[in-house]
Each structure stands twice: as structure tokens, then as C-alpha cells.
Design a protein around this ligand. Structure first.
Ligand code: NAD
Ligand code: DAU
Length: 362
């Protein structure tokens, strides 16, 4: 059993953001983490290898929808908070097969809320005062912006366009309802695109880094002018810590890096960094690898976050600029070839085949 007063339960802590969160949490706060993760293709225990001998990290292999397991963990460890990252997270996969997204993001979150609610009801008044359920969500729930639209604020109406975004929107609504109906002390964060170490190479940035390094085609969807607002993953983690620490109950907080970039800008930046850090005579200029391919159905044109609320209320701001963060990220992937090889299993190659086979160069 961990120190009852201090521990937190993290779900999805073997994934990209969750593992960065666990690593930085243990560095910054020192209080124990119970890490519940079902280890889907995106979950990777190697992300947490540095914690193998750390008694403050308790890894539990299991599903957020397993009420008996989650209820048992809550009663055994009595964490002061649940930080909920576990989800299916890749938009393209949600288009090919939405079922898992509904199961984990909607039903899984519902189950977790039910279990948390039952646990909360058993807490003393003093414990209830400090208990928090923090739900990690996305800016994709707000839909798509035109070039001159103001950035997404916490008051922007929900308008999800992909099965992934719709499943996250549904989970956000459930979290909100558990605050208003049952008084569960919830907080929700809606963050823009993250990048950094340990991101599974199905997402734009790690895919482009690895393909550039290996001289493979760089598949840019549509005209490459879609815009995302990029945030270094450790900045997302520090924002979550701030919301957990001093966020107002029942509130939502938008988190973003004020780093809007078109996809083609991101890809050419990566090409140039690879040319500099891993020059190859055989490959030549990586920009020549860029290949425009068939667009993603329902592809949101632009995301941008208005992060004034979290800045004004909680004093949070990102520490990393895109230019330095992307350089660090490229360097990390080049220095962690073993991690890369371990995640590229047969299932990974099958996904790449499925997603890109019909997206022929245009
Ligand atoms: P990820 O796909 O890398 O990791 C998800 C983790 O959840 C994996 O470890 C997986 O094994 C685990 N998981 C999946 N289903 C589970 C289940 N039923 N029970 C227990 N564990 C399960 O995702 P990520 O990119 O790290 O995103 C984490 C969270 O942050 C998600 O909720 C996502 O919607 C949100 N988010 C992501 C981004 C981004 O840019 N990646 C931005 C904003 C918000
Ligand atoms: O905005 C936050 C969201 O960001 C998170 O909620 C999601 O979990 C996360 O996956 C991310 O979603 P995106 O769809 O924006 O990320 P992705 O990396 O898949 O794509 C980024 C952009 O790059 C998008 O416009 C599609 C484009 N793209 C992506 C891939 C994989 C390409 O052009 N080519 C590609 O091969």
C-alpha cells in the first residue's frame, strides 16, 4: 500500500502523454503513482523503464472499464486524485475502426466515473475536500476553424468531426454531468497537438522523423495546409499539474502552445533538421521525399487554442518554443533507435500498410 494521503491514480500512463506525465510527476512531486494501463498497441512499458526500481511507481495492467479492478485499486491505495489519460487517440484509426473508440473513450470513461463516484461517496469529508478527477481531453471536440476565426476558447461550442473527436466530446459531457448531478469534483483539460519523446510513430511528427531518417516517402495529406497548434508534451504535463493543484472544480481549461504551423511547415522543418543532424549522401535533401497523398476524410482545417484562462487563473505558460522543442524531439528519436525498433512490431507495419495503401501520391 502506498502513502494514502499522497498517491494519485493515472490511467493510460504507459502511452505517450501519460508516460511523460508519470515521469515528470515523480521528478517534480515525488508522491506515488498507481499507473493503470491496458497496454493496447499504444501502451509501452519501455517508456517507464527508468522507473523499474522506483517503489513510488506501481504499474497495474488492466482496463479502465473493469469496475472491480479499479474499485479495488481505489480502496487499497486511496489516491487523492485520478488523472485520466487512457483513450484510443489516433484520428485515422477512428475512421478505419471506430468501435474501440466508443468502447474506451465513452464507455470506459463512464465506467471510471461510476467507480470514482462510488469511491468518493465512501471518503471522509476531509478526503472529499481534496479529491479530484481530472479528465484529459482534446481541442478536437471544438471542430475546425477557418483561417481568420478566433482561437478555441472554453466557451466555443462543441462540433466534433471525427469518430475520435466525437468519442472525446461524449466523454467530456459525461464528466461534466458527474459534477453537476453527483458532485464529483472534476476538472477537464482540452489540449492542442502534443509532440515530444515517446510518441507512437503513427502520428505526424514521429512518423515524419522516422521516415525522413530512413529515406522513405513523407505522406502529406491533402494540400498540406491544415494547421495545428503544437505543444511540447512536458508543457502539457506542467499544465495538468497546475490544473490539478489549483483549478476550479467543474471548470474546463484549454491548453495550447500558441504555435500554429501548417503541416507542410512542420514536415519541411523536420526534413531540414534531419539533413543537418543525420546527413545522408544516398538520401540527399529530405524535402524531395515529400509526397502529397489522398486527404483524411472530414479533415479539420485548423486548430488554435486561446489559452488565456489557464494563464490568467493559474499562471501557466508553455516553457518550450516550437523551434527548440522540435529539435529536441528529432534528437530524441535519433538517440533512441532501440525504443523505435521495439514499437515497430508486425501490428505497426500492418497499420501503416492499411492507412497508406490507398493514399497514393497525388
Ligand atoms: P496514446 O494513444 O499514446 O496512449 C493511450 C494510452 O491509454 C495507452 O497506453 C493505452 O494502452 C491506454 N489505454 C487505451 N485504452 C485503455 C483502456 N481501456 N484501459 C486502460 N488503458 C487504456 O495517447 P496520448 O497521445 O498519450 O493521449 C493521452 C490522452 O490525451 C488521450 O485521452 C487523448 O485524447 C488526450 N490528448 C492527446 C493529445 C495528443 O496530441 N496526443 C492532445 C490532447 C489530448
Ligand atoms: O489536437 C489534439 C489531437 O492531436 C489529439 O487529440 C489526438 O489524440 C492527436 O492524435 C492529434 O490529432 P491530429 O489528427 O491533429 O494528429 P496527427 O498527428 O494524426 O495529424 C496531424 C496533422 O497531420 C493532421 O492535419 C493530419 C496530418 N497528417 C497526419 C499523418 C499521420 C499527414 O498529413 N500525414 C500523416 O501521415
Amino acid at each position: 500500500m502506498t502513502n494514502k494521503k499522497d498517491s494519485i491514480l493515472v490511467t493510460g500512463g504507459a502511452g505517450f502523454i501519460g508516460s511523460n506525465f508519470v515521469l515528470t510527476w515523480l521528478k517534480e512531486s515525488g508522491s506515488p503513482v498507481i499507473n493503470l494501463d491496458s497496454l493496447t498497441y499504444a501502451g509501452n512499458r519501455n517508456n517507464l523503464k527508468s522507473l523499474d526500481r522506483d517503489p513510488r511507481h506501481i504499474f497495474v495492467h488492466g482496463d479502465i472499464a473493469d469496475n472491480a479492478l479499479v474499485g479495488g485499486l481505489l480502496r487499497e491505495h486511496r489516491p487523492k486524485a485520478i488523472v485520466h489519460f487512457a483513450a484510443e487517440s489516433h484520428v485515422d484509426r477512428s475512421i478505419v475502426g471506430p468501435d474501440a473508440f466508443i468502447q474506451t473513450n465513452v464507455f470506459g470513461t463512464f465506467s471510471l466515473l461510476q467507480t470514482a463516484r462510488a469511491f468518493y461517496a465512501e471518503l471522509s469529508e476531509e478526503e472529499q475536500e481534496t479529491f479530484r478527477f481530472l479528465h484529459v481531453s482534446t481541442d478536437e471536440v471544438y471542430g475546425s476553424l477557418g483561417p481568420d476565426d478566433p482561437a478555441f476558447s472554453e466557451a466555443t461550442a462543441y462540433a466534433p468531426n471525427s469518430p475520435y473527436a466525437a468519442s472525446k466530446a461524449a466523454s467530456d459531457h459525461l464528466v461534466r454531468a458527474y459534477f453537476h448531478t453527483y458532485g464529483l469534483p472534476v476538472l477537464t483539460t482540452n489540449c492542442s497537438n502534443n509532440y515530444g519523446p515517446y510518441q507512437f510513430p503513427e502520428k505526424l511528427i514521429p512518423l515524419m522523423i522516422l521516415n525522413s531518417f530512413e529515406g522513405k516517402p513523407l505522406p502529406v495529406y491533402g494540400d498540406g495546409k491544415n494547421v495545428r497548434d503544437w505543444l511540447f508534451v512536458e508543457d502539457h504535463c506542467s499544465a495538468i499539474r497546475a490544473v490539478l493543484d489549483r483549478g476550479r472544480l467543474g471548470e474546463t481549461y484549454n491548453i495550447g502552445g500558441s504555435s500554429e504551423r501548417t503541416n507542410i511547415d512542420v514536415v519541411t522543418t523536420i526534413c531540414d533538421l534531419l539533413d543537418e543532424l543525420a546527413p545522408s549522401k544516398t538520401i540527399g535533401s529530405r524535402r524531395n521525399l515529400i509526397s502529397y497523398v489522398k486527404d483524411r476524410p472530414g479533415h479539420d482545417r485548423r486548430y488554435a487554442i486561446d489559452a488565456r484562462k489557464i494563464k490568467q487563473e493559474l499562471g501557466w505558460e508553455p516553457a518550450e518554443r516550437f523551434e527548440s522543442g522540435i529539435r529536441k524531439t528529432v534528437e530524441w528519436y535519433l538517440a533512441h533507435q532501440e525504443w523505435v525498433e521495439n514499437v515497430r512490431s508486425g501490428a505497426y507495419h500492418r497499420w501503416i500498410e492499411t492507412n497508406y495503401a490507398e493514399r497514393v501520391a497525388q
